[in-house]
Design a protein. Structure first.
Length: 168
């Protein structure tokens, strides 16, 4: 509903005079009000479409990763029950398997189908693979040092990326 340009009172769409002050309401004012309302509705519609497009491109790899982790864990327990894997050795294999799954997720996220952040999965996967491999080959004493070295590398890469990106 438009407003009177003289007193600011609300005026019905089909009114020619303001019911409050009696001033003539021009058709141009009514047309401007309708145009602004239409522009606002069009803008809101565009924002809704943009949100739905963004939602369609969200990462949908979560159920795939969760299912693969369950399959990995079940397979390791099955191998352990069949005495093909000693009980103490299950966790390095589990960590290595989760690391591989996270690396695969990072690779999936780089495709058009599964858009999403990939560096966290990649870094986490590499760390878990390192810990798992350390446990499998018996160098548990060295993996903390490898983690520290890898952490320093990640920090340096982060600082380098911050210097390259423009400030808002």
């Amino acid at each position: 509903m438009p407003f009177c340009s003289k007193c600011g009172a609300q005026v019905a769409d089909d009114s020619k005079f303001c019911p409050s002050c009696g001033a003539a309401v021009s058709a141009a004012a009514l047309t401007k009000e309708r145009r602004e309302k239409g522009e606002k509705e069009e803008k809101e519609k565009g924002e809704k479409e943009e949100k739905s497009e963004k939602h369609e491109k969200d990462d949908r790899s979560g159920p795939l990763v969760g299912g693969l982790i369950l399959i990995l864990l079940g397979s390791l327990f099955l191998l352990q029950q069949a005495d093909m894997l000693p009980e103490a050795d299950i966790w390095p294999y589990f960590l290595f398997g989760i690391g591989c799954i996270l690396i695969a997720q990072a690779l999936l996220r780089s495709t058009q189908t599964f858009k999403g952040p990939r560096m966290g999965s990649l870094i986490g996967g590499l760390i878990l693979c390192m810990i798992g491999l350390g446990g499998m080959v018996g160098v548990e004493d060295w993996w903390p040092l490898l983690l520290i070295a890898f952490g320093i590398l990640v920090v340096l890469l982060g600082i380098s990326a911050m210097r390259r990106s423009p400030k808002p």
